[in-house]
Design a protein around this ligand. Structure first.
Ligand code: SAM
Length: 306
């Protein structure tokens, strides 16, 4: 079932949290000279128009990027994100919003590798077109672009199973974003199973999972299931912009679960989450949760003496 189109949600509060975390992770990976691979298992269309089409109809960006656009008190990591979005909008008017592939293309360096999976035929086509435009723009500016070469590769394939073929990355440095639509409940199971398999292939990779906080059981159980995966440590951050809404009415709360996060991520989030809550809040139910830890393993049954 492929009815989900991310354009409806582009730039909303969930995208704000996801893309701030993603940009910080990419910047962290860029601190070492050695190349890294960024893998986006559910890439979407890459970039979105906010003033036409689905995004203009839903106006979900008003719960997110709109509220940050004019602020002049942005904390550093939020400013990095808003600067990247403003870079897409040189006229100063908020017309375009970057998806995760665009964020990665902007932050990753020439030597880094970007691998994108998008199954939906229409969004896959738009994703390819968007990267063709990036390449054409780079050529106009006299810059060398490697969009259709080794640097960026786009596949119309299932990202859950496609991930397997890329792990471990040749440089043994890798960041994976798993951001499915969760329209079908099987996505929750596949996230966990895919991560278990990925950790077996590439234990030291950093894996970032976006998830919605909904009433359905699979959503409520996902973070606890991820906490049991055999990583070195994990970090879980969620942002709620209002008191709970009945399921199906809209999304008010979402999270990012990161396996093997860099040590810098938690202090950075401690600094910015109160600010995001303040600026994005819709009512007194707004808030955030930030927790971290090492995998909890199920207690082993005590052995009976023979
Ligand atoms: N990561 C994107 C971003 O932050 O800009 C948004 C991705 S959107 C939440 C999820 C995307 O996954 C949709 O475009 C959908 O078509 C695509 N999709 C759904 N199932 C997929 C699968 N099994 N493999 C790859 N892509 C899939």
């Amino acid at each position: 079932m492929l009815s989900y189109r991310h354009a409806f949600h582009a730039g909303n509060h969930a995208d704000v949290l996801k893309h701030i975390v993603l940009i910080q992770l990419l910047q962290y990976f860029g601190q070492k000279d050695t190349a890294y691979m960024y893998i986006d298992t559910h890439a979407g269309a890459g970039a979105y128009a906010l003033d036409t089409g689905y995004a203009a109809k839903s106006t979900e960006y008003e719960t997110g990027i709109s509220r940050l656009w004019e602020r002049n008190d942005l904390p550093g990591p939020v400013a990095d994100y808003v600067k990247l979005v403003k870079g897409m909008n040189p006229s100063g008017k908020m017309r375009y919003y970057p998806g995760s592939p665009y964020c990665a293309d902007k932050v990753a360096r020439e030597q880094d590798r970007i691998r994108l999976f998008e199954l939906h035929p229409s969004d896959n086509k738009i994703l390819n077109e968007n990267f063709r435009k990036v390449a054409a723009h780079a050529a106009e500016q006299g810059q060398r672009s490697n969009v259709r070469g080794k640097r960026v590769m786009i596949q119309q394939a299932d990202g859950f199973s496609g991930l397997k073929s890329l792990l471990p990355p040749p440089s043994r440095r890798g960041l994976v974003l798993i951001d499915p639509p969760y329209e079908v409940k099987d996505d929750y199971r596949r996230v966990k199973d895919t991560l278990a398999d990925a950790l077996a292939r590439f234990a030291t990779g950093t894996y970032a999972v976006w998830y919605p906080m909904l009433q359905r059981m699979e959503a409520r159980q996902l973070p606890d299931k991820l906490k049991r995966l055999p990583c070195q440590n994990w970090l879980n951050v969620s942002l709620s912009i209002s008191a709970p809404l009945p399921d199906g009415v809209g999304l008010h709360n979402s999270g990012m679960f990161i396996l093997n996060p860099p040590w810098t991520l938690e202090p950075m989030l401690r600094e910015i989450m109160p600010y995001l809550v303040e600026v994005l809040r819709q009512d007194a139910g707004a808030g955030f949760v930030l927790e971290s830890g090492a995998p909890v393993t199920a207690p082993t049954a005590a052995r009976r003496p023979k």
